[in-house]
Write a protein that binds this ligand. Structure first.
Ligand code: FES
Length: 162
């Protein structure tokens, strides 16, 4: 079910109580898989497939990094802020006498979407940011092929480790 609001479509994601209980829910909106996260009384909506190599973020841990809530991609541990889709990394300046590791931003890497709660229902409006964001690639034809390979590799790895 979709409704138009100011020229943008709000897509029904489910009943709030169900999404809260599930904590993580995957929905497909206009052919795009979206991860809905409920964490610390707030909903977030983010592209399901990680901008790095397309793995699913569904089972990623959530951590507070530099006062920003981040989902940690299970595949290679990239950190992505839930609110903005910013990629964070830790590094030290090799020119400093005493090397101190700090968090830095790579900029916006993962597309995030707007969540609206209306009564007992939750809706998502897909981001319309016009410029390309890295996670967009995994929703292209070639990106879908590439991410399927990542999923196969993950399954092979799990089979071997059993
Ligand atoms: S696929 Fe997510 S960190 Fe590599």
């Amino acid at each position: 079910m979709s409704t138009e609001e100011n020229g943008q479509f709000e897509h029904f994601m489910g009943r709030k109580a169900d999404l809260v209980e599930a904590k993580r829910s995957v929905r497909t909106v206009d052919g795009r898989e979206i991860l809905i996260v409920h964490h610390q009384a707030t909903f977030y909506a983010i592209d399901l497939h990680c901008y790095h190599a397309g793995s699913s973020l569904e089972n990623g841990d959530i951590e507070d990094i530099n006062n920003k809530l981040c989902i940690i991609c299970p595949k290679h541990k990239y950190k992505i802020t839930l609110e903005e889709g910013e990629g964070l990394y830790k590094a030290a300046n090799p020119q400093e006498e005493v090397r101190t590791f700090r968090w830095y931003s790579k900029g916006i890497k993962q597309r995030v979407h707007k969540v609206t709660e209306r009564g007992e229902d939750v809706f998502v409006t897909l981001s319309t940011t016009p410029h390309c964001i890295d996670s967009d690639y995994y929703y292209t034809t070639q990106g879908r092929i590439d991410r399927a390979k990542v999923d196969e590799d993950t399954m092979d790895f799990m089979d071997e480790s059993e």
